[in-house]
Write a protein that binds this ligand. Structure first.
Ligand code: ADP
Ligand code: TYD
Length: 211
């Protein structure tokens, strides 16, 4: 059985992490150790260490290209150490964020160029893209309101960014969705949580059945 690589994407507050947890329970019950759930930036010791540098609220002076390079470095390590071995073993890999996050956040949000960030990530990943990407779409105001309402204790450097930044990020995601319609499936994340979870679970199960 061949492996399957699915990424979860979306702006902050889209509900990705919550939905991924729920999907993991359902799909994990069927697949057992044939399911690997992981996240970026992180997933192994080196990548988690890079994550700590990027997301440390004290690192306010970080240059946007430095940030993009660090994300790509963490991604490379995560890919070679965690994702590729699992895929080679035929596992289903669900990954919270991947290349699209860098294109949307660094390329579009920080305005260093979506194509440049994409190209840099092609080097980091040898061009490996997910078989399927679930993009959880939510207007920026809704995403930010959710974070403010629920995550006051967990506001990191990126969550403090202005609404304008989040709007640029979402616009970047929408361009990616239009550019890669075969890979990226949009989930309307303004729907009630249970509906979003059901939709995402169905899409993941469908991809598993079709692999
Ligand atoms: N569809 C939804 N409707 C209402 N609230 C939601 C929905 N999805 C997620 N939330 C809430 O929004 C907050 C942010 O969700 P989270 O999963 O952390 O988002 P993300 O990982 O995409 O940043 C959480 O408190 C979560 O319970
Ligand atoms: C993977 C990745 C994440 N990010 C950002 C998006 C998030 O704001 C942050 C990840 O923090 P995290 O706490 O994992 O946020 P979320 O629950 O929304 O996924 O890092 C980038 O800017 N570029 C990237 O390539």
């Amino acid at each position: 059985m061949s492996g399957l690589f699915i990424s979860f994407e979306g702006p902050d507050g889209a509900g990705k992490t919550t939905v991924l947890e729920a999907v993991t329970k359902t799909v994990g019950a069927q697949l057992g150790d044939q399911l690997l759930v992981t996240r970026e930036p992180g997933g192994n010791q080196i990548s988690e260490a890079i994550r700590d540098i990027i997301l440390n609220p004290e690192n306010t002076e970080m240059d946007p290209r430095t940030e993009a390079l660090l994300y790509a470095a963490a991604r490379r390590q995560h890919l070679t150490e965690t994702i590729l071995p699992a895929l080679r073993q035929g596992k289903v890999v669900l990954c919270d964020r991947y290349v699209d996050s860098s294109v949307a956040y660094q390329g579009a949000g920080r305005q260093i160029g979506e194509q440049a960030v994409y190209d840099m990530n092609t080097f980091a990943t040898n061009g490996l893209l997910p078989d399927l990407t679930l993009y959880f779409d939510v207007p920026s105001e809704v995403g930010i309101a959710r974070i403010k309402a629920h995550r006051q204790d967990d506001v990191d450097r990126l969550d403090q960014e202005a609404l304008a930044f989040h709007k640029l990020v979402r616009a970047g995601y929408l361009r990616l969705r239009d550019a890669y319609p075969e890979r990226i499936t949009t989930v309307d994340a303004t729907q009630p949580l249970n509906t979003v979870i059901q939709t995402a679970t169905d899409l993941v199960n469908q991809a598993i059945a079709n692999r």
